[in-house]
Design a protein around this ligand. Structure first.
Ligand code: DX5
Ligand code: ZN
Length: 217
Protein backbone atom coordinates (compact mmCIF):
# COMPACT_ATOMS: atom_id res chain seq x y z
CA UNK A 1 0.00 0.00 0.00
CA UNK A 2 2.98 2.30 0.57
CA UNK A 3 2.89 5.52 2.53
CA UNK A 4 -0.53 6.89 3.52
CA UNK A 5 -1.37 10.24 5.08
CA UNK A 6 -4.41 10.69 7.31
CA UNK A 7 -4.97 14.35 8.28
CA UNK A 8 -6.68 14.72 11.65
CA UNK A 9 -9.68 17.03 11.62
CA UNK A 10 -9.14 17.58 15.36
CA UNK A 11 -6.99 20.53 14.27
CA UNK A 12 -9.52 21.70 11.65
CA UNK A 13 -12.34 24.22 12.05
CA UNK A 14 -15.27 22.19 13.41
CA UNK A 15 -17.76 24.75 12.06
CA UNK A 16 -16.57 24.08 8.48
CA UNK A 17 -15.77 20.39 8.38
CA UNK A 18 -16.88 19.84 4.79
CA UNK A 19 -14.56 22.63 3.58
CA UNK A 20 -11.75 21.33 5.75
CA UNK A 21 -12.15 17.86 4.23
CA UNK A 22 -12.07 19.39 0.76
CA UNK A 23 -8.87 21.25 1.63
CA UNK A 24 -6.87 17.99 1.61
CA UNK A 25 -7.93 16.33 -1.69
CA UNK A 26 -4.87 14.06 -1.91
CA UNK A 27 -5.22 12.69 1.62
CA UNK A 28 -5.63 8.92 1.71
CA UNK A 29 -7.92 9.15 4.74
CA UNK A 30 -9.52 11.71 6.97
CA UNK A 31 -8.71 10.93 10.60
CA UNK A 32 -11.66 11.54 12.91
CA UNK A 33 -10.89 11.67 16.64
CA UNK A 34 -13.92 10.63 18.65
CA UNK A 35 -13.39 11.55 22.32
CA UNK A 36 -15.93 11.07 25.09
CA UNK A 37 -14.52 13.13 27.95
CA UNK A 38 -14.00 9.92 29.98
CA UNK A 39 -11.41 7.76 28.26
CA UNK A 40 -9.55 11.01 27.54
CA UNK A 41 -10.02 14.42 29.18
CA UNK A 42 -11.48 16.00 26.05
CA UNK A 43 -14.79 15.85 24.20
CA UNK A 44 -15.07 16.11 20.42
CA UNK A 45 -17.74 14.57 18.24
CA UNK A 46 -19.70 11.39 17.74
CA UNK A 47 -21.73 9.34 15.30
CA UNK A 48 -24.14 12.07 14.02
CA UNK A 49 -21.23 14.25 12.86
CA UNK A 50 -19.45 11.25 11.35
CA UNK A 51 -22.65 10.47 9.41
CA UNK A 52 -22.80 14.04 8.11
CA UNK A 53 -19.12 13.99 7.19
CA UNK A 54 -19.62 10.76 5.25
CA UNK A 55 -22.09 12.58 3.05
CA UNK A 56 -19.84 15.62 2.69
CA UNK A 57 -16.64 13.95 1.48
CA UNK A 58 -15.55 11.03 -0.68
CA UNK A 59 -12.31 10.64 1.29
CA UNK A 60 -12.66 7.53 3.47
CA UNK A 61 -12.96 8.16 7.19
CA UNK A 62 -10.43 6.75 9.63
CA UNK A 63 -12.34 6.87 12.93
CA UNK A 64 -10.15 6.77 16.03
CA UNK A 65 -12.35 6.05 19.02
CA UNK A 66 -10.95 7.38 22.28
CA UNK A 67 -13.98 6.35 24.27
CA UNK A 68 -14.97 4.01 27.05
CA UNK A 69 -16.90 0.89 26.13
CA UNK A 70 -15.88 0.82 22.44
CA UNK A 71 -17.31 -2.72 22.32
CA UNK A 72 -20.71 -1.11 22.43
CA UNK A 73 -20.15 1.85 20.09
CA UNK A 74 -17.53 0.89 17.49
CA UNK A 75 -19.66 -1.32 15.22
CA UNK A 76 -22.09 1.55 14.57
CA UNK A 77 -19.30 3.65 13.05
CA UNK A 78 -18.48 0.79 10.70
CA UNK A 79 -22.12 0.27 9.86
CA UNK A 80 -22.50 4.00 9.12
CA UNK A 81 -19.80 3.70 6.47
CA UNK A 82 -16.47 4.60 8.07
CA UNK A 83 -13.65 2.96 6.10
CA UNK A 84 -11.66 2.19 9.22
CA UNK A 85 -12.57 2.03 12.90
CA UNK A 86 -9.90 1.87 15.61
CA UNK A 87 -10.49 1.05 19.27
CA UNK A 88 -8.10 1.34 22.19
CA UNK A 89 -6.96 -2.02 23.53
CA UNK A 90 -7.23 -0.97 27.15
CA UNK A 91 -10.75 0.41 26.71
CA UNK A 92 -12.14 -2.70 25.04
CA UNK A 93 -13.33 -5.48 27.30
CA UNK A 94 -13.71 -7.92 24.38
CA UNK A 95 -11.28 -6.68 21.72
CA UNK A 96 -11.44 -9.81 19.57
CA UNK A 97 -15.21 -9.71 19.36
CA UNK A 98 -15.20 -5.97 18.70
CA UNK A 99 -12.56 -6.16 15.94
CA UNK A 100 -14.54 -8.98 14.32
CA UNK A 101 -17.75 -6.99 14.56
CA UNK A 102 -16.12 -3.95 12.92
CA UNK A 103 -14.97 -6.17 10.04
CA UNK A 104 -18.38 -7.81 9.79
CA UNK A 105 -19.89 -4.36 9.32
CA UNK A 106 -17.53 -3.80 6.40
CA UNK A 107 -14.80 -1.58 7.81
CA UNK A 108 -11.11 -2.11 8.43
CA UNK A 109 -10.51 -2.88 12.11
CA UNK A 110 -7.79 -1.10 14.07
CA UNK A 111 -6.34 -1.62 17.54
CA UNK A 112 -4.63 1.29 19.34
CA UNK A 113 -1.96 1.30 22.04
CA UNK A 114 -0.96 4.25 24.23
CA UNK A 115 2.72 5.20 24.51
CA UNK A 116 3.27 3.16 27.70
CA UNK A 117 1.46 0.03 26.52
CA UNK A 118 3.66 -2.79 25.21
CA UNK A 119 2.94 -4.35 21.83
CA UNK A 120 4.03 -7.91 22.65
CA UNK A 121 0.81 -8.96 24.48
CA UNK A 122 -1.11 -8.26 21.26
CA UNK A 123 1.15 -10.20 18.90
CA UNK A 124 -1.30 -13.10 18.71
CA UNK A 125 -4.11 -10.72 17.74
CA UNK A 126 -2.56 -9.54 14.48
CA UNK A 127 -4.81 -11.82 12.45
CA UNK A 128 -7.82 -10.04 13.91
CA UNK A 129 -6.80 -6.54 12.84
CA UNK A 130 -6.19 -4.55 9.67
CA UNK A 131 -4.24 -1.79 11.39
CA UNK A 132 -2.20 -1.35 14.55
CA UNK A 133 -2.12 2.23 15.84
CA UNK A 134 0.78 3.22 18.04
CA UNK A 135 0.14 6.54 19.79
CA UNK A 136 3.18 8.80 19.81
CA UNK A 137 1.57 11.20 22.31
CA UNK A 138 -0.81 10.54 25.20
CA UNK A 139 -4.23 10.66 23.53
CA UNK A 140 -6.58 13.57 24.06
CA UNK A 141 -5.20 16.66 22.36
CA UNK A 142 -3.67 17.83 19.14
CA UNK A 143 -0.44 19.77 18.93
CA UNK A 144 1.55 17.76 21.47
CA UNK A 145 5.22 16.94 21.16
CA UNK A 146 6.19 13.66 19.49
CA UNK A 147 7.41 11.05 22.00
CA UNK A 148 10.67 9.59 20.72
CA UNK A 149 10.44 6.87 23.37
CA UNK A 150 7.86 5.11 21.16
CA UNK A 151 10.33 4.61 18.28
CA UNK A 152 11.74 1.29 19.57
CA UNK A 153 8.18 -0.03 19.92
CA UNK A 154 7.41 0.97 16.33
CA UNK A 155 10.44 -1.07 15.25
CA UNK A 156 9.35 -4.05 17.36
CA UNK A 157 5.81 -3.84 15.99
CA UNK A 158 7.19 -3.78 12.43
CA UNK A 159 9.23 -6.92 13.22
CA UNK A 160 6.21 -8.70 14.70
CA UNK A 161 4.04 -7.85 11.69
CA UNK A 162 6.74 -8.84 9.20
CA UNK A 163 7.58 -12.08 10.97
CA UNK A 164 3.93 -13.11 10.85
CA UNK A 165 3.59 -11.96 7.27
CA UNK A 166 0.55 -10.01 8.41
CA UNK A 167 -0.81 -7.45 5.96
CA UNK A 168 -1.55 -5.13 8.86
CA UNK A 169 -0.94 -1.41 8.44
CA UNK A 170 1.14 0.29 11.12
CA UNK A 171 -0.23 3.73 11.97
CA UNK A 172 1.30 6.43 14.15
CA UNK A 173 -0.65 9.31 15.68
CA UNK A 174 0.66 12.33 17.57
CA UNK A 175 3.31 14.92 16.88
CA UNK A 176 3.90 13.79 13.30
CA UNK A 177 5.43 16.66 11.31
CA UNK A 178 8.06 17.39 8.68
CA UNK A 179 10.60 17.22 11.51
CA UNK A 180 9.57 13.82 12.89
CA UNK A 181 8.03 11.84 10.03
CA UNK A 182 11.30 10.65 8.51
CA UNK A 183 12.36 8.79 11.64
CA UNK A 184 8.90 7.34 12.16
CA UNK A 185 8.87 6.04 8.60
CA UNK A 186 12.37 4.66 9.04
CA UNK A 187 11.16 2.77 12.14
CA UNK A 188 8.54 1.04 9.99
CA UNK A 189 5.25 2.95 10.18
CA UNK A 190 3.26 3.32 6.97
CA UNK A 191 0.11 5.28 7.88
CA UNK A 192 0.71 8.74 9.32
CA UNK A 193 -1.86 10.82 11.18
CA UNK A 194 -1.10 14.53 11.26
CA UNK A 195 -3.34 17.19 12.75
CA UNK A 196 -1.55 20.44 13.52
CA UNK A 197 1.10 19.80 10.86
CA UNK A 198 -1.64 19.78 8.20
CA UNK A 199 -4.40 22.08 9.46
CA UNK A 200 -1.99 24.46 11.17
CA UNK A 201 -0.25 25.01 7.83
CA UNK A 202 -1.01 27.89 5.45
CA UNK A 203 -1.76 25.37 2.73
CA UNK A 204 -3.05 22.04 4.11
CA UNK A 205 -2.90 20.32 0.71
CA UNK A 206 0.78 21.02 0.21
CA UNK A 207 1.45 20.07 3.85
CA UNK A 208 0.04 16.59 3.04
CA UNK A 209 2.32 16.29 0.03
CA UNK A 210 5.32 17.53 1.97
CA UNK A 211 4.73 14.87 4.66
CA UNK A 212 4.41 12.20 1.99
CA UNK A 213 7.70 13.29 0.44
CA UNK A 214 9.53 13.26 3.78
CA UNK A 215 8.16 9.81 4.65
CA UNK A 216 9.40 8.38 1.34
CA UNK A 217 13.00 9.48 1.86
C1 DX5 B 1 -4.66 12.90 19.80
C2 DX5 B 1 -5.33 12.51 18.52
C3 DX5 B 1 -4.57 12.87 17.31
C4 DX5 B 1 -4.34 14.34 17.13
C5 DX5 B 1 -2.98 14.48 16.55
O1 DX5 B 1 -5.25 12.23 20.85
O2 DX5 B 1 -5.54 11.11 18.48
O3 DX5 B 1 -5.18 12.31 16.14
O4 DX5 B 1 -5.25 14.98 16.28
O5 DX5 B 1 -2.65 15.82 16.47
P1 DX5 B 1 -1.18 16.29 16.14
O6 DX5 B 1 -0.83 15.74 14.79
O7 DX5 B 1 -1.28 17.78 16.15
O8 DX5 B 1 -0.27 15.76 17.20
ZN1 ZN C 1 -6.18 10.25 16.57
Amino acid sequence: MGIQISPSILSADFAHLADEAAAVPTADWLHVDVMDGHFVPNLTLGLPIVESLLKATSTPLDCHLMIEDPDRWAPAYAEAGAGSVTVHAKAASAPVRTLREIRRQGARAGLALNPAEPVEPYADLVGEMDMLLLMTVEPGFGGQRFLDLVLPKIRRAREILDSREASVWLQVDGGVSDETIERVAEAGADVFVAGSAVYGAQDPASAVESLREQARR
